[in-house]
Design a protein around this ligand. Structure first.
Ligand code: NAP
Length: 292
């Protein structure tokens, strides 16, 4: 659809934003739904963040996504922040509603919905969460209220894992040091492993988190938040050992689909968005390999 003066605008606020998959995923969705919308990258330097966010309404934007490094800092410029975004400690989606800026976190719900859509239920289950960074916190925010039995956060820095645990007083959660014997015990008891570190991400595709797959329960589900590559070494080896697996691509698509639904108010074309994302992962890996 041709861009005109009446085209609705959605932006991606980050610094830098050149490598993001979001513009192509969202523009593919707008095009498929024949919506007069456009999604534009908006590189914003950190010291300009407040001005840029306040300008969204004046410029007639319907909303925006927010990415690294602004997901936390952006919160102080918003009028309303929903409960999940507060728990996640970060906003990745802004909706402009009658001049007010409302902040959401679709990573948190995106992860849980991706699990559900792939037939996995965490209710009453024990989860071992690897990593204690921003993505791990979003996953924990998503797990809060899911009826999960226990979440064990494993990190290489004990204080980092413990800090995360303390942010979730209403969830049954504890921390272990990744290198400790207690970690080895947790591995054998977990129903879900959720890998939330960058270990194994492109171009370091041969890297594996130190997880003894042979010690997992036979039915344990292994999820990796990494989406590039779509199938990490961890997922490849877990699947080979007979475990159900879930790639981070499902979460990537779902967080985008939920943002689309906040802005547009209609069901997102998940299949189209998934196809666009897969194509980008492939294109991106080929480009990076050529440039090595
Ligand atoms: P982050 O905030 O930098 O946190 C990374 C975490 O991993 C930290 O706890 C870090 O610990 C740990 N870590 C890093 N390298 C490690 C290693 N070699 N051994 C043990 N722990 C290690 O990053 P993030 O934003 O949480 O992102 C994590 C991953 O999730 C990335 O691969 C990202 O692409 C992915 N992600 C995917 C989606 C999706 O939609 N699928 C969404 C968000 C994020 P230290 O502080 O000790 O380094």
């Amino acid at each position: 659809m041709a861009i005109s003066g009446t085209t609705h605008k959605v932006g991606l606020i980050g610094w830098p934003v050149g490598h993001s998959f979001s513009p192509e995923i969202h523009n593919a969705a707008f095009s498929y739904c024949q919506l007069d919308y456009v999604y534009v990258p908006l590189p914003v330097e950190p010291d300009q963040l407040g001005l840029a966010v306040q300008g969204l309404s004046a410029l007639g934007f319907s909303g925006a996504n927010v990415t690294i490094p602004h997901k936390i800092a952006v919160m102080e410029y918003l009028d309303v922040i929903d409960a999940t975004a507060r728990l996640a400690g970060a906003v990745n989606t802004i909706v402009v509603q009658q001049g007010k800026l409302i902040g959401y976190n679709t990573d948190a719900r995106g992860f849980i919905t991706a699990l559900e859509q792939n037939g996995f239920a965490v209710q009453g289950k024990r989860v071992l969460l690897l990593g204690a960074g921003g993505a791990a916190r979003a996953v924990l925010a998503g797990l809060a209220g899911s009826g999960v039995e226990l979440v064990v956060v494993a990190a290489r820095q004990a204080d980092q894992a413990q800090q995360l645990v303390e942010l979730f007083p209403t969830v049954s959660v504890k921390s272990v040091l990744w290198s400790s014997p207690a970690f080895q015990q947790e591995v054998g008891q977990a129903d879900f492993i959720i890998q939330a570190t960058p270990i194994g991400m492109y171009p370091h595709c041969e890297a594996m988190p130190p997880l003894p797959i042979a010690q997992l329960k036979p039915a344990a589900v292994v999820c990796d938040l990494i989406y590039n590559p779509v199938t990490t070494k961890l997922l490849e080896q877990s699947a080979a050992a007979g475990h159900p697996v879930l790639s981070g691509l499902s979460m990537l698509v779902e967080q985008a689909a939920l943002a689309f639904e906040y802005w547009i108010g209609q069901a997102a074309p998940r299949q189209t968005m998934g196809q666009a994302a897969r194509k980008l992962v492939l294109k991106n890996s080929i480009l990076l390999t050529k440039n090595k």
